[in-house]
Write a protein that binds this ligand. Structure first.
Ligand code: TGC
Ligand code: FAD
Length: 394
């Protein structure tokens, strides 16, 4: 059996029945894309720490970038649930591809759509939708991760109305392959977002190598040394303050909550198939009660997490996916996916550590996802604040 091409869908409670035809089609299209184009090559990319750039044009053609935005900008106008299903299927391939699509759609296209001028939208959104332009989102700095409010990157308005930006961003997904960087910087008016073209003088990137996680994803440091941008490159005043970048994180965290469950499903399906085939003591190991218990715990955890994100999707469609609800889903999905991967690894025995099977790759990827877009701790504290009314931060 080639575990990497498992076509099975884990849908124990028949969520599929409650999807629209369009949502089913999105899932099927993304699943086929992952089976045909991603699974055959992704282990080699992860092993060699190389980014599968050849997948960007087909992902653009299939409408995987910014799919909830309207058709007038070249996007698909999908439902929130459809977007979640897409992220689920992409991460079933690899978190690197879901991260690429999350950053492009939720962290670059969404803010341009929500806070950009009409000119900025027309200039950038269609080309971001096709993947002709790749974007990155620079919020985190070397000394400010969980607490972005302390950022030191500074934009100063000059006499001619342009902005002078200085600072450094760290851990930036897509950084070295991006043509457009959304940089969040402190100004006299508060934190603001700037659309910086990466060939602007003074802008440079350093790719961060030797990660043990998200090895097929590009992660970079960004350096801004006297970068000058025009006023037309700043996002509109609606995004002034930390709520600008944090509102973008809501979009990306929502997609992550769905996405990681795709990686978990891949590990569960791999373990289920392996347990049916691997014979020890003259019987398939899946006949032993201990292995069945693990598989049952995995499918139960996956199913309950699926229900949480499915309900969140329907809440989002009616404008009720609050930040704390999204935090609960992101936190729960990542923790659930990690536990599922760990159980799957044990069922595969020694094979569980090999690249022929996807389990270690997904498990290692999840260590980044546990930290980025708000750590597990930060999401606990966001939910804690929601239920007690007391902030742990200040
Ligand atoms: P706080 O005082 O709570 O809030 C400041 C202002 O922001 C508003 N706000 C939000 N608005 C929209 N959505 C949210 N989720 C919001 N959370 C807060 C808030 O109402 C307030 O507005 P106003 O009008 O009163 O000014 O801010 P704080 O400094 O105490 O921080 C709160 C905290 C810790 C929750 C926040 O800083 C946080 O979420 N920290 C985690 C940082 C994080 O997640 N960084 C992610 C970087 S990007 C990334 O990781 C990409 S991974 C890429 C990939 O997918 O591959
Ligand atoms: P810290 O904030 O230093 O946290 C260290 C530990 O302290 C954590 O366990 C944390 O939970 C804990 N902690 C912090 N504050 C508190 C508190 N108040 N109470 C209790 N515990 C606390 N950022 C971007 O802007 N754009 C990107 O594209 C991007 N991509 C990334 C890709 C990868 C692969 C990775 C690993 C990170 C990426 N990030 C990106 C950065 C990511 O968002 C940060 O790593 C994350 O926000 C945590 O910040 P930190 O690593 O500095 O950890």
């Amino acid at each position: 059996m080639n575990a990497d091409t498992s076509p099975h869908l884990t849908d124990f409670l028949d969520i599929e029945a409650d999807l629209s035809d369009e949502e089913r089609l999105v899932r099927q299209t993304a699943r086929e894309f992952v089976n045909e184009k991603v699974l055959p090559v992704i282990d080699a990319h992860a092993q060699t720490e190389s980014f599968p750039a050849q997948l960007i044009p087909p992902m653009g053609e299939l409408g995987f970038f910014g799919p909830t935005l309207p058709a007038r900008y070249g996007c698909a106008g999908l439902s929130a649930t459809g977007y979640g299903l897409l992220m689920y299927e992409l991460e079933r391939g690899d978190s690197a591809l879901r991260s690429l699509a999350s950053v492009q759609g939720s962290l670059v296209m969404y803010p341009i759509y929500a806070y950009g001028s009409e000119q900025q939208k027309e200039r950038w959104l269609p080309r971001l939708a096709t993947g002709e332009v790749i974007g990155c989102f620079g919020l985190t700095e070397p000394d400010f991760g969980s607490n972005p409010s302390g950022m030191r990157t500074r934009a100063v308005r000059q006499n001619d109305g342009s902005w002078l930006i200085n600072g450094a961003k760290m851990w930036i997904t897509n950084g070295s392959i991006a043509q457009l960087a959304l940089i969040w910087a402190r100004t006299e008016e508060g934190i603001r977002g700037f659309l910086v073209e990466t060939d602007t003088p003074g802008f440079s990137t350093v790719r961060m190598k030797n990660k043990w996680s998200l090895r097929a994803s590009v992660t970079s440091e960004l350096v801004l040394n006297n970068v000058v941008v025009d006023e037309e490159q700043s996002l509109l005043a609606g995004a002034v303050g930390l709520k600008g970048p944090l509102s973008c994180l809501n979009q990306a965290r929502y997609g992550i909550a769905w996405g990681v469950l795709g990686g978990a499903e891949h590990c569960y399906q791999t373990a289920l198939a392996y347990a049916g085939e691997r014979v020890q003591f003259d019987r398939p190991i899946g006949s032993f009660q201990l292995q069945q218990k693990k598989l049952v715990e995995m499918v139960t955890a996956l199913t309950t997490a699926q229900l949480l994100v499915f309900q969140l999707g329907r809440l989002k469609e009616r404008g009720a996916a609050t930040a704390a609800r999204i935090s609960m889903a992101k936190m729960n999905s990542v923790a659930t996916a990690l536990a599922i991967c760990r159980n799957a690894r044990t069922i595969l025995g020694a094979n569980g550590i090999m690249g022929e099977y996807p389990v270690m790759r997904h498990a290692a990827n999840l260590e980044s996802v546990l930290t980025y877009e708000g750590t597990h701790d930060i999401h606990e504290l966001i939910i804690g604040q929601e239920i007690t009314g007391l902030s742990a931060f200040r």
